[in-house]
Design a binder for this molecule. Sequence first.
Ligand code: HEM
Length: 106
Amino acid sequence: MTGPNFFPQFFTTDPGRAAITGSPHDFEAFDIPTLRGIGRTAPYWHNNISETLEDVVSLYSDHLLAKFPSLTLPGEKEPDADGDIGPPEALTKEQKSDLVAFLRRL
Ligand code: HEM
């Protein structure tokens, strides 16, 4: 089965909407949640893997947005500090703290 990350997967504990509909088209499909009041609803993601908004933004910067070069800012990338292979983070330290401050105001 291939989900949104396009890597073939043979097992998952997290099939998303496919667990309800049984359709392979819904594999790893999750509703996009509202961000209103997001500062008060920790932990985050459908499986609660992020304790703080800092963790969420860091995950977006390091693993999600960084996979789409068109979303990153040329000349403002920082090298990966955690030894990951793959592209560097998409957001600078300042952009990440600005984003967290913005999310807290929603
Ligand atoms: C920098 C831009 C973005 C920010 C700051 C952001 C913020 C967030 C936050 C805080 C959550 C956790 C919500 C919760 O647990 O209640 C979330 C979840 C989610 N976001 Fe984003 N988001 C961004 C970009 C995107 C984009 C571009 C997409 C889709 C193309 C997207 C799709 C989703 C989905 C599907 C979830 C739910 C995932 C899950 O529960 O596992 N987000 N986002």
